[in-house]
Design a protein around this ligand. Structure first.
Ligand code: SF4
Length: 363
């Protein structure tokens, strides 16, 4: 297939659905790790056309959703510094911290600016030499190379007032943590397309080998997702566990070596907190010693009180795949896209938001 429309073609989709029904005998639980997959699955109604014994579970692959409450609290604390301009991607603005959000702080006068790229943040730093400009670096391996490149650019241009609060998360350690927790049964992973473009499909080999859990890297269109489910079902029916790539037009086994090299030059792995999953060893990034001067922590005290979660919000359980949004008593009532209580409703890739928008029977 060459054209995007072919990945949305109803006839092709129908043929794969028939193959899935013909092959699938065992009850299987497949986790789609990525929030973009979750949204695509809901939008195209894929759950409704699968045999009932194939269960799709939404995972922790929404970068905004897994940003820990204490990390939002640190960002808010930074925004209270009188000589700081916070720069961030817009989707972080409404994510709740313990008592506030960046959006509320901006309404109250904090200088928080939404940017569309790290170049915008560097420009703000150049234009405001009397201020300290802090970029909130969130996201998975997809965005981390861009932030690493911005740090290198700041050094090349001798920009001394640019800092990063590095909140990045790494996907393979989270998959390992989900399997090792024993909280829920996962028979196979539908692995994220965008992250895998950077890290390559071989990055999932340790999970496959340690847990005998098959992994298929999937594209984002309905035919991609159905093909990936079929590939996982075939492996599971045969008792295989290997890494396969369905999304061959975007992903290789080796990944993007240039992007990985920039990321590894600037960052090193560290333990980091995830909303709902706690601290996962080596699942985050921090600046290497050579670049420590660009870390927000190098000039500000970012200690914050123990984070407080909204008492009714079940985002943590939803991000671990152990609950679905409709099990949350606030879903669709006190919590909805206009008045989101948790990040899973705030984000366009959040599971609660996707359920609210597309789930049959939910208004
Ligand atoms: Fe949290 Fe709202 Fe989702 Fe409930 S519906 S888990 S309150 S985001």
């Amino acid at each position: 297939m060459k054209h995007l429309s072919e990945y949305r073609d109803g006839e092709r989709a129908q043929k794969i659905i028939e193959r899935i029904h013909a092959s699938s005998k065992k009850e299987v639980r497949i986790m789609e790790v990525c929030g973009t997959h979750t949204v695509s699955i809901f939008r195209s109604g894929i759950k409704e056309v699968l045999p009932p014994h194939i269960v799709l579970i939404s995972g922790p692959g929404c970068p905004v959703c897994v940003t820990a409450t204490e990390e939002i609290d640190k960002s808010i604390k930074l925004s209270h510094e009188h000589d700081v301009i916070i720069t961030t991607f817009g989707d972080l603005m409404r994510v709740p911290g313990s008592t506030s959000s960046l959006q509320s702080e901006r309404t109250n006068g904090a200088d928080i600016r939404i940017v569309y790229s790290t170049s915008d943040a560097l420009k703000i730093a150049t234009n405001n030499p009397e201020k300290k400009v802090v970029f909130l670096g969130i996201g998975f391996e997809t965005t981390a190379p861009t932030i690493a490149a911005a740090v290198l650019e700041a050094r090349n241009q001798n920009i001394k007032n640019f800092f990063v609060l590095v909140l990045h998360k790494l996907i393979p350690p989270a998959m390992d943590a989900l399997l090792s927790s024993g909280d829920l049964k996962i028979d196979g992973f539908m692995c994220p397309g965008h992250v895998s473009c950077i890290i390559g499909a071989n990055s999932y080999l340790p999970v496959v080998e340690k847990y005998h859990t098959p992994c298929v890297v999937a594209g984002f269109e309905p035919v991609d997702i159905l093909q990936s489910i079929y590939m996982l079902v075939e492996q599971l029916e045969r008792g295989d566990a290997k890494v396969e790539i369905q999304y061959k037009r975007g992903v290789t086994f080796e990944g993007n070596r240039n992007a990985m090299a920039i990321m590894e030059r600037v960052f090193e792995p560290c333990d980091t907190p995830w909303r709902g999953l706690g601290v996962i060893p080596k699942s985050g990034l921090r600046l290497r010693a050579e670049y420590k001067g660009y870390a927000a922590e190098s000039i500000f005290d970012l200690s914050v009180p123990k984070a407080k979660e909204h008492p009714g919000c079940m985002c943590g359980d939803i991000l671990r795949g152990v609950k679905t949004p409709v099990e949350c008593p606030l879903f669709g009532k006190a919590c909805n896209p206009s008045y989101p209580i948790g990040p899973c409703m705030v984000s366009s890739e959040g599971t609660c938001g996707a359920y609210y928008k597309y789930h049959a029977g939910v208004k």
